[in-house]
Ligand binder design. Structure first.
Ligand code: FES
Length: 112
């Protein structure tokens, strides 16, 4: 059976605060994975990518809030399928500390 070249590749464009741009990454995966698993793999591949690592992975702690494909969501509850492309940015309603990490104690006001 012929398999397209990117059928087992997840492409992620991830916000980097230093350049204020989206950095492309590719991860091989034969199965759907959560956004948080994807972020953990990206951090392993590129330790300069700032992200939260103390997480429940069960949708209860809220530390994984981020913006996935334009929606603020809990990253551990969203699956990414092999062959898909995702756009990961920090949560839109909190002050950015670095890359995907926001300060949950500093919500943005409407004029920021
Ligand atoms: S990791 Fe705790 S809610 Fe997602």
């Amino acid at each position: 059976m012929h398999t397209p070249e990117n059928a087992h590749t997840i492409t992620a464009y991830v916000y980097r605060s230093r350049t204020r741009s989206l950095q492309p990454y590719r991860i091989d995966s034969a199965h759907p994975i959560s956004v948080m698993s994807l972020v953990a793999q990206l951090h392993q591949k590129d330790p300069t990518l700032a992200c939260r690592t103390s997480m429940c992975f069960h949708g209860t702690c809220g530390s994984c809030f981020m913006n996935v494909n334009g929606q603020d969501v809990k990253g551990c509850t969203v699956l990414v399928n092999p062959g898909e492309t995702v756009y990961l940015r920090p949560h839109s309603r909190y002050k950015i500390l670095q890359d995907l990490v926001v300060d949950f104690n500093q919500p943005l006001t409407s004029d920021e």
